[in-house]
Design a protein around this ligand. Structure first.
Ligand code: TMP
Length: 207
């Protein structure tokens, strides 16, 4: 029987270096690299609605449901089949972004979001969450250099609530979360992530 792969998610504020380290870890452990929102064809359509700075009228609950629709599609089309084939999946963001952004950031009830997401995911949750931590001020500085999407245009308070949200989620569930200092040099961050992931009890080593 094939050993099931491990579902690993990366989380953190914008500009923390997630996408670089998702790619680097996925190469090292021979995993499928993907992202939310936008990891599937349907997801890319949803992502364009969610990111468009013109959509200032998007309601928070509608935003939550679009994020969760992306996730349901992502799980059924890409994540679950890969895990079943025995491949690891490394995803740039997961349902923990919904808890942080739509929950702590927008003020929707976190327990309700958790149950909607668990339903959308058929209860397949990330087994390992790598949180690349950077201070809110650093995220703001890094963002100042980019073309901003709808989320990136939110104020510093929004990102401060999200940072605090990630901290609370990690503190409640320390066995699942790996905390990484995102201010260290990229290669050091890469090494630390790799070492922590392969040492994690949920990581299945494939021969
Ligand atoms: P990205 O820029 O890291 O790819 O993420 C897109 C934006 O969407 C980012 O600002 C975080 C936000 N987001 C949520 O608000 N809720 C979610 O569930 C996810 C996956 C992302």
């Amino acid at each position: 029987m094939t050993t099931r792969g491990t579902y690993i998610a990366f989380e953190g504020l914008e500009g923390c270096g997630k996408s670089t380290h998702v790619t680097r870890l996925a190469e090292k452990i021979n995993a499928v690299a993907t992202r939310e929102p936008g990891g599937t064809r349907i997801g890319a359509l949803l992502r364009s609605i969610l990111a468009d700075p013109e959509n200032t009228d998007l309601n928070s609950r509608a935003e939550l449901l679009l994020m969760t629709a992306d996730r349901a599609q992502h799980m059924s089309e890409l994540i679950e089949p890969a895990l079943q084939r025995g491949q690891h999946v490394v995803s740039d963001r997961s349902m923990y972004s919904t808890l942080a952004y739509q929950g702590y950031g927008r003020g929707l009830d976190v327990d309700t979001l958790l149950s909607i997401n668990a339903w959308a995911l058929n209860n397949v949750l990330p087994e390992i969450v790598v949180w690349i931590q950077i201070p809110t001020e650093e995220a703001n500085t890094r963002l100042a250099k980019r073309d901003l999407d709808r989320f990136e245009r939110e104020g510093a308070d929004f990102f401060a609530r999200i940072g605090a949200g990630f901290a609370e989620l990690a503190a409640k569930d320390p066995a699942r979360w790996i905390l990484i200092d995102g201010l260290e040099p990229k290669d050091v961050v890469e090494e630390k992530i790799f070492a922590a992931v392969v040492a994690h009890p949920s990581f299945t080593l494939h021969s």
